[in-house]
Design a binder for this molecule. Sequence first.
Ligand SMILES: [Zn+2]
Length: 314
Amino acid sequence: MKEILINGIRIRQGQSMNIELPIAKLPTHTLIDLPIFIRSAKEEGPVVLISGGIHGDEINGVVTAKRLLEEMDESWKLLKGTLIFIPLVNIYGFLSNTRTFPDGRDLNRSFPGSKKGSLAGRIAYILNEQIIPQIDYGIDFHTGGRMLSNHPQIRVDYTDKIALELAKSFGTHYVVNSKYIEKSFRKAAFKAKKRILVFEGGESMRLDDYSIEEGVVGTKRFLASLGMIDFSAEPQETIFLKESNWVRAKASGIFNSSIKLGDSVKKGQILARISDPYGQIKVPVKSPADGFVLGLNNLPVINVGDALVHIGNE
Ligand SMILES: [Zn+2]
């Protein structure tokens, strides 16, 4: 019988349990712990992690993971296997509206971490030692940055055929080629021969219903493809993008885009205009190639060189 072992606590097949893993105390001596929710079916099967908030200001991902946990508890019948939910990994960043930890580090660049390191390293160590060994697959929910919104997309390294097949079963509109990044959670899992899909949707510090819905439905398709839940959704055409690039500002000024996230664009098409605040100078922003709008800067005031529109190419 398969069992999950986290922090010395055994969760047998068929059991459900909520664990609070002690992390460290705040300077106020308030104890911070990491809540982990385990839901297991009687029948053995894959172990899937659903995580959000590795970046503490990416609230959309936290809410997506939270919604999946709510649906699990309210309406899903788990047919086999085990789900491990960690909806909010970076509690510190969540409290302070920041991507990073109080040590200034990005958890997603801190793997494999260390037991006695600073906070980001310690959390990376816990995920690397206690969670990755238990799972077969994971879906990690992220968003774009501040004022940078992403169209819902799964990011995988196209040289990893297994991950690519998993991304197909998620069935979101766009799948984007993204190389394994050193010291990331995704790479740490890959080194352990596990696969974590990174979902990107929306922007930090903002909730985006469409991205949440795409994340929830995609996860359900993914779990159904593993035979873990009963679910069938309208199939959606998935476009596989081999590369993606940011179109950058050729001038500073007021940025006014005329395209939407998810749009298909043609080479030479005007995506936006940059003007001075007086209407004397107008600079068009053109698409360098045919492609799809994956990400968009929502800041109206921009400087030369700023990333404006993220275009993916087939
Ligand atoms: Zn992120």
